[in-house]
Design a protein around this ligand. Structure first.
Ligand SMILES: Nc1ncnc2c1ncn2[C@@H]1O[C@H](COP(=O)(O)OP(=O)(O)OP(=O)(O)O)[C@@H](O)[C@H]1O
Length: 216
């Protein structure tokens, strides 16, 4: 299902967000822009974690409009944060069970998700014993087991050094390309966006960047 986002309002004392864009029903869309341009705020608004005036529609459902605001826990959204989002006291396997137990029935089976993310050998590890790349793969697995209809990723590779990032990008490329749901991938790295995404939304200072153009 496609997503339509139209938001306009002030965040805090001085930041004004004003965006209007749609993304395709499938594939990866990069949300690109310099630091402080409002990318995370847009992602948080889509997830229902931030209230910004405007409308957000997913397929024929209104997640927010002038009258309704669907709370975060009722939006079928998976969210992968910069440093991962695993519960630190649980092993990877227990994190997966925890994520799956709280989810509705859906398209992503446990074996399929473990195979896609390549984390079969990590089940008994606690998050503190994972590398940055392993942490991100396990976080993606947890996000998918929550059976999202839309996956949001906020600079998932930013905590990795450049060597790990290079190694991980290839794996990530095939993982994201085969997901049957739309993905919004926040980054300020044009190369990363070009490798992973089929389209992009560019932001600058809280608005869409009119001079941004397509991925290059
Ligand atoms: N809850 C808030 N209260 C006040 N200001 C906020 C809030 N959330 C974000 N901001 C401000 O909004 C602006 C955009 O922040 P945001 O994190 O969305 O940018 P970003 O493009 O994701 O940046 P980065 O790439 O550095 O993560 C910043 O100036 C930030 O200080």
């Amino acid at each position: 299902m496609s997503l339509r986002v139209s938001l306009s309002g002030r965040i805090g004392r001085s930041f004004h967000l004003d965006v209007d864009f749609g993304i395709a029903a499938q594939g990866v869309t990069a949300l690109l822009g310099p630091s402080g341009s409002g990318k995370t705020t847009v992602l948080r608004a889509i997830a229902g974690l931030e209230r910004v005036p405007g409308t957000i529609r997913f397929g024929d459902e209104a997640w927010q409009d002038g009258r309704h605001f669907v709370p975060a826990h009722k939006r079928p959204v998976g969210y992968v944060f910069q440093g991962g989002g695993l519960l630190p006291h649980l092993t990877v396997g227990r994190n997966l069970i925890y994520a799956a137990r709280r989810a509705p029935p859906g398209a992503f089976g446990c074996d399929d998700v473990v195979a896609r993310t390549g984390i079969g050998g990590l089940m008994d590890r606690i998050p503190a014993r994972l590398s940055g790349g392993e942490m991100q793969r396990a976080s993606i697995a947890c996000a998918l087991l929550r059976q999202p209809s839309l996956l949001l990723m906020d600079e998932p590779l930013s905590a990795l050094d450049s060597e790990a990032r290079g190694q991980f990008l290839g794996h990530f490329e095939s993982l994201l390309a085969t997901l049957p749901i739309p993905v919004i991938y926040v980054t300020h790295d044009e190369t990363e966006a070009r490798r992973l995404a089929i389209g992009c939304v560019r932001m600058r200072a809280g608005a869409l960047d009119p001079g941004g153009g397509p991925l290059r």
